[in-house]
Design a protein around this ligand. Structure first.
Ligand code: SF4
Ligand code: SF4
Length: 320
């Protein structure tokens, strides 16, 4: 894989700083039941990295000390961490909102047959990737049969109330473009998804998030291989909007890797660009100095234009 970090250095992206912490995003490990082409963490069934119970307790203590109101669980497939349900129960018991970044097919894995019921019972919000409403594109990007299983999983979640008005059980879907282009307008695409998935599959969901592809990891490397890296960066830079700077997710979120180290966001984590606080690089959740990050400068590089281009992009979808 081509390294993209050296291509993102020397950035002219404007300096930005943190605000009050709201969301702690935790990568519970790289183990996954899928091996998607665009996976930015290179996750798969053969990966062994998984957050230990000791680190999980440290992360939960950190989130509580910071007063975070949301715990955002990601991976790999976060549910494959053996302590996943402990994390969920503890956070929910403290009144914290929990988001599960679920790949949907995990609901059919052995040992996870009651996962959907568990998530509903704990009132966990689900965010799931479905990069298209057609089988062909989803299966090409995420693996043969993934589309069919994803639709079946959404049916199962709908039957529990997920995605249904008034149930309080949220199911949001995520779209990202197949190639080096900006995502279309979120509201219009959401309407298309709802109409087509409703008519053809009889399924419902709450919101669609459209995300721009980041010029890092597998996608960035693919751009380098095809000689499209510079033109994609020009596209992102040319579409930058200052007004999106105010709402980029790193203002109010920290990202924690499976070993408990902190980053300004998931993308920086994947690039190996740790958060810097009081001049200290690669701080850990157990370090006292990480408790109050308000005002701390955010580590930026050229990939940050992926968050501010066009309608903007964050783990909660478009910013505009
Ligand atoms: S489901 Fe997610 S974590 Fe797993 S391989 Fe696909 S993109 Fe990566
Ligand atoms: S890539 Fe990360 S650090 Fe850069 S603007 Fe986006 S969220 Fe912030």
């Amino acid at each position: 894989m081509h390294a993209t970090l050296p291509l993102l250095a020397g950035t002219d992206f404007l300096p930005i700083g943190r605000r009050r912490l709201e969301t702690v995003q935790v990568n519970l490990g790289y183990v996954c039941n899928q091996t998607c082409v665009h996976c930015h963490v290179n996750a798969g069934p053969k990966r062994t990295e998984s957050m230990t119970l000791e680190t999980i307790e440290q992360v939960l203590a950190y989130a509580q000390a910071c007063g975070a109101t949301t715990l955002d669980l990601t991976g790999g497939a976060p549910e494959l961490n053996p302590h996943f349900r402990h994390v969920v129960r503890t956070a929910r018991g403290r009144g914290v909102r929990v988001i599960d970044r679920c790949n949907l097919t995990i609901l059919f894995e052995r040992g996870h047959e009651d996962l959907a019921e568990f998530l509903a019972e704990q009132r966990v919000d689900i965010v799931a990737s479905l990069p298209c409403y057609t089988a062909e594109l989803v299966n090409r990007q995420r693996g043969e049969g993934v589309y069919e299983k994803s639709i079946e999983a959404i049916r199962r979640l709908n039957a529990l109330g997920y995605g249904r008005e008034g149930s309080g059980l949220t199911l949001d879907l995520v779209y990202n473009p197949q190639g080096p282009s900006l995502p279309p307008a979120q509201a219009r695409l959401e309407a298309d998804y709802k109409r087509i998935l409703g008519e053809q599959c009889g399924i419902v969901f709450n919101q669609l998030y459209t995300l721009a592809n980041m010029p890092i990891q597998r996608f960035g490397s693919m751009l380098v291989s095809k000689g499209q890296f510079n033109s994609y960066m020009e596209l992102l830079r040319g579409a930058h909007r200052d007004e999106n700077l105010d709402a980029v997710m790193c203002r109010s979120l920290v990202s924690i890797d499976w070993q408990g180290y902190l980053y300004d966001c998931d993308f920086n984590q994947m690039l190996g660009l740790p958060l810097v606080v009081q001049g200290r690089r690669r701080p850990h959740v157990t370090d006292e100095i990480t408790r109050d990050l308000d005002g701390n400068p955010i580590v930026v590089r050229d990939h940050c234009y992926g968050c501010t281009a066009g309608q903007g992009s964050s783990c909660g979808g478009a910013l505009a």
